[in-house]
Design a protein around this ligand. Structure first.
Ligand code: MSP
Length: 643
């Protein structure tokens, strides 16, 4: 039996409603760093990530794409896994909420909570959009209307199950304020949870829905599916085998050591999740850490000029470890951090190419030049070496503590201060001057040895962040396996006294910032050239075949009073007359359209606008910021089908 101590770390399970992006990368990378370090420290690590695959949004996206929800999420999940592989994410387990074992466990957990009296049946009240069959909260409405279709919503209610979150207020407040436990970091978030949520009174949580079907069915009440958070949060225990026979790791790894996420879902992890666990009589996770957001010009990621930020493209062009380093270095603990390619290039040039890369290549080159690559055993150390050595001695505990508490940027900052100090040490000792005097060879050997050993110690500490490059550094500086273990970072002079170095490739080629920005620019179409709407995903032929597209002849056309957008048409569809509205009043005089033969979708459900019923949709094509109707010659008869 292994005597290793267990360590369990988790990322949120991401929504596969779209492909993974740089934002998802940050959390996953941060967890990867901790997981890698803990493994190096001898822990038995369970690093869990995965995807949260149920819900209305996925159901809608799949419908839009003309595929089943399962087919839809399968496609996106494959891309998440591809990205994690590319970035070298060392996860131990990947949970999908559509995995049958998870579904089974969630059903048992839901039932257990119900049997224990923590889930009860009630009525969910909200704003309901009938055509979209969707409930919305007041805050989701846009100008009081449905955020999807812009139509009026009505007060409505549906039968739903609720979780008694309100029962746990006192215990949750205690948990959050217990100084010794230090349950939530950063501390600033504790007040936010207490003042914004606990103090105003926790509301019971709606945990089932009947308005969509893509979810875990409630076993004892057909028609209900488990609504979002009970399904999602349970992943942290179902992935260990809680209430299922897929895995047998629950007793070993639960409670989790750290749940990591960004700030917007701290609330769910520090209120709902502990309350669920309290209700189930299970131990609580030891810590929840919520970091800030990576923000992208204007908050949203875009393919606007010069800012292609596809992680696949970036890691292919500039190296996986450079991307890893940049993201982890740039995010100060708890705060937001903007991302731009320019910032990444400058960071790579400054820290990686100039400081680390140069230190390695200069030191190795000097060892080759002055000693044919192998340092002599005879060395002359002196007191002036102490400052660099002492600074390096302080690193391991600082870095370990800061990695583990997710202050990764602070840890990296400190490592790079030592690297900068080592570069200064070269200038102070002027090896090229020492080399000119045979009597100073032992001193020269000591200087180079100190440098190589500092590189070794820093690289060990950097290896969780740059796992691909550090082994290359070890090779160049002649560090054997035993002196690159985690503990060896604390040891001075663990390199062999007669170490042999090897010239290697340039580890971090300098980036010509302007040229690269121009090339990335060329890679992405200019914003002005991009069609307004991106191409929609593939759809089934049947979706197209369901539309009835016909040529229609305009019999009459007039402006709709009080509307500057709408024209009211009477058209001949070949079978009779019908009324239809179109929002093209800005682009046409009504009389110009009378007598024209246009393209129209004739089997759309009727819709009322400004008091008139519209039966179909006249098709038009975008022309810059205008729209033009799609028209045919007089030889096309009304009713002719378009395919
Ligand atoms: N499915 C829920 C989580 C359930 S966990 C039981 C969810 N999914 S999500 O896809 O929206 O992922 C949110 C998480 O992705 C954030 O909390 C963060 O970890 C990561 N990030 C997504 N975009 C991000 C940034 N722009 N910046 C930093 N991290 C962000 O919420």
């Amino acid at each position: 039996m292994s005597e290793k101590k267990p360590f369990y770390i988790t990322t949120p399970i991401y929504y596969p409603s779209g492909n993974p992006h740089i934002g998802h990368c940050y959390t996953t990378l941060a967890c990867d760093v901790v997981a890698r370090m803990k493994r190096m420290q001898g822990f038995d690590v369970m690093f869990l990530t995965g995807t949260d695959e149920h819900g209305q949004k996925i159901e809608d996206k799949a419908k839009e794409a003309g595929v089943t929800p399962q087919e839809y999420v399968d496609g996106i999940v494959a891309n998440f896994k591809k990205l994690w592989e590319l970035l070298g994410i060392s996860y131990d387990r990947y949970i999908r909420t559509t995995d049958p074992y998870h579904v089974e466990s969630v059903q048992k957990i839901f039932k257990e909570l119900y049997d224990r009296g923590y889930i009860y049946k009630g009525e969910y009240k909200g704003k309901y959009c009938k055509p979209c069959e969707s409930f919305w909260t007041e805050s989701q409405l846009v100008d009081g209307k449905c955020p999807d279709c812009g139509r009026e919503c009505v007060d409505a209610s549906e039968e739903a199950y609720f979780f008694k979150l309100s029962d746990f207020s006192d215990r949750l407040e205690k948990l959050l304020t217990d100084e010794e436990l230090n349950f939530l970091e950063p501390k600033s978030r504790v007040n936010e949870m207490i003042n914004n949520f606990i103090k105003p009174g926790l509301q019971d949580l709606c945990v089932s829905r009947t308005s969509f079907t893509w979810g875990v069915p409630v076993t004892f009440d057909p028609g209900h599916v488990v609504y979002v958070w009970i399904d999602a949060l349970s992943n942290y225990i179902t992935a260990l085998g809680y209430d299922n026979s897929e895995y047998d790791d629950f007793s070993k790894f639960w409670p989790a050591d750290i749940h990591v996420m960004a700030k917007e879902i701290i609330r769910f992890h520090t209120l709902i999740w502990p309350a669920m666990l309290m209700a189930l009589d299970l131990p609580l996770p030891k810590k929840v850490v919520g970091h800030g957001w990576i923000t992208f010009g204007g908050g949203k990621m875009s393919k606007s000029s010069g800012n292609v930020i596809d992680p696949f493209v970036l890691s292919e062009r500039y190296g996986v470890d450079s991307l890893r380093y940049h993201l982890l270095r740039e995010m100060p603990f708890g705060a937001d951090a903007p991302y731009t390619n320019e910032m990444m290039f400058n960071r790579i040039n400054c820290d990686l190419a100039n400081d680390l890369g140069n230190l390695v290549s200069r030191t190795v080159a000097m060892a080759i030049k002055y000693f044919d690559g192998t340092l002599p055993v005879d060395k002359e150390f002196n007191d002036s070496d102490e400052e660099l050595l002492k600074m390096t001695d302080e690193l391991p505990s600082f870095v370990a503590e800061n990695y583990e508490s997710l202050h990764i940027s602070d840890a990296l900052d400190k490592i790079f201060r030592v690297i900068a100090r080592a570069n200064k040490y070269i200038d102070e000792n002027e090896p090229w001057v020492l080399a000119k005097d045979e009597a100073k060879k032992p001193r020269l050997a000591a200087v180079l040895y100190n440098l190589l050993d500092t590189v070794r110690r820093c690289s060990i500490l950097l290896s969780p962040v740059m796992p691909h490059i550090c082994p290359e550094i070890y090779e160049q500086i002649g560090a054997c396996e035993c002196c690159t273990k985690w503990e060896a970072a604390s040891e001075r002079h663990a390199l062999k006294a007669d170490v042999t170095v090897q010239k290697g490739r340039v580890l971090f080629p300098r980036i010509d910032v302007e040229k690269e920005i121009a090339e990335l620019d060329a890679l992405s179409p200019k914003k002005a050239d991009l069609p307004e709407e991106p191409l929609k995903p593939l759809t089934k032929f049947d979706n197209f075949a369901a539309l009835d597209l016909r040529a229609v002849k305009v019999l009459s056309c007039e402006k709709v009073k009080k509307s500057d957008k709408l024209l009211l048409f009477k058209v001949d569809d070949g079978f009779g007359e019908r009324q239809v509205l179109s929002g093209i009043a800005k682009y046409y005089e009504p009389e110009d359209l009378i007598g024209k033969t246009l393209a129209m979708i004739v089997n759309l459900e009727p819709r009322k606008m400004m008091g008139y019923e519209s039966n179909g949709m006249i098709m038009s094509v975008r022309d810059g910021d205008k729209f033009r109707v799609v028209e045919f010659g007089d030889d096309i008869k009304p009713g002719a089908d378009i395919s």
